[in-house]
Design a protein around this ligand. Structure first.
Ligand code: COA
Length: 302
């Protein structure tokens, strides 16, 4: 007697119980994307933007064949933080389906846009078909040796950051960046615990800027993750004082090469970095963004 077997794919939110099968997927994925910053992939399990596609064989769960996690931290903009698809499948339609679920959820939560910084092996055609538009590029700068230019007098006072500064730093992020680029208080808190140097700048008894860096892949390298100055305090030498403080920290920590990323169109930051001897290298990553309409639009109510 022949027994009919049935196989289907089911989309659902990831739960903590999926952790093992999601790690197995990443180990043998044909396509994968990670943009975790200071978080661990498991931090997003159970959150509304983490979706999986699961193979169901004869009514029982089989492999997780694709996953996609998007998170708004802080709202109202979100990033695609994780995505993976098994080698055995053609993932474009599966990712499109997960993005549809994520988009409805995000619209309901008041998210306005979803960004994706994919590694270059992600076919642009997939992203375009899903509704993403390429709007910018992320460029990389590098500096060898920690010499610094003579920095003119700045009224800013630099000191090491403390956890008490997190609220003020999060407000500076909000004032200085468009939503997609803001670091949340929580991500600043995580960075605080993991960075190799983290200073704030004071002007008129208020925090007006900060910088922090992570250790690079090699021990004598660092990555300047962030330098932010409140718009009301810009062009007064605060950014230069913060960069000079970062250089001094790198010297103390035996760092001899520093990298950083910024947006192709962020000319103020390019000038600051070039003034400090950073040079742009060829590497660049496309920024894709999808506008998220509100729930009424998605439901066809308007
Ligand atoms: C980039 C940034 C940190 C510079 O801070 P700042 O306090 O204004 O910097 P400074 O006053 O020390 O200026 C340093 C140099 O940057 C350049 N610069 C700064 N702002 C500029 C602007 N709006 N246009 C052109 N050049 C600018 C100048 O060359 C300046 O040197 P100079 O005064 O000798 O000409 C600040 O503009 C900022 O926080 N921007 C928003 C956040 C951001 O984009 N961060 C970097 C990417 S992660």
């Amino acid at each position: 007697m022949e027994i009919a077997s049935s196989s289907k794919q089911v989309y659902r939110r990831a739960t903590r119980g999926d952790a093992g099968r999601i790690s197995a997927l990443f180990k043998k994925a044909g396509f994968e994307h990670r943009h975790a910053d200071w978080s661990y992939p498991s931090d997003w399990l159970g959150k509304p933007g983490f979706w999986i596609c699961e193979q169901i064989e004869d009514g029982s769960p089989g492999d997780i064949i694709a996953c996609l996690a998007a998170a708004a931290d802080p709202p109202p903009a979100a990033w695609v933080r994780l995505a993976a698809a098994s080698q055995e499948i053609k993932p474009d339609e599966i990712f499109a389906e997960m993005i549809r679920h994520v988009r409805v959820q995000m619209a309901a939560d008041g998210v306005t846009e979803l960004g994706w910084l994919p590694a270059d092996h992600w076919p642009s055609a997939w992203l375009t078909d899903m509704g993403f538009e390429r709007v910018n590029w992320i460029v990389t700068y590098v500096k060898f040796g920690m010499d610094k230019p003579a920095v003119g007098h700045s009224p800013a006072v630099i000191r090491r950051a403390t956890p008490d500064d997190l609220d003020e730093m999060a407000s500076i992020e909000e004032a200085a960046f468009e939503p997609l680029w803001r670091h949340s208080r929580e991500s600043l808190r995580l960075a605080f615990g993991q960075s190799i140097c983290f200073d704030v700048a004071y002007l008129d008894d208020r925090i007006v800027g900060f910088h922090y860096s992570a250790r690079g892949f090699e021990n004598d390298t660092a990555h300047l993750v962030r330098i932010t100055v409140h718009p009301k305090a810009q062009r007064r030498g605060v950014g230069s004082s913060l960069m000079a403080a970062a250089m001094e920290s790198y010297i103390r920590k035996d760092v001899s090469r520093v990298t950083l990323n910024t947006q192709l169109d962020n000319l103020a930051s390019h000038r600051l970095y070039e003034k400090f001897g950073f040079r742009r290298i060829g590497e660049r990553i496309p920024l894709w963004v999808m506008e998220i309409a509100d729930r009424r639009v998605l439901n066809g109510e308007t």
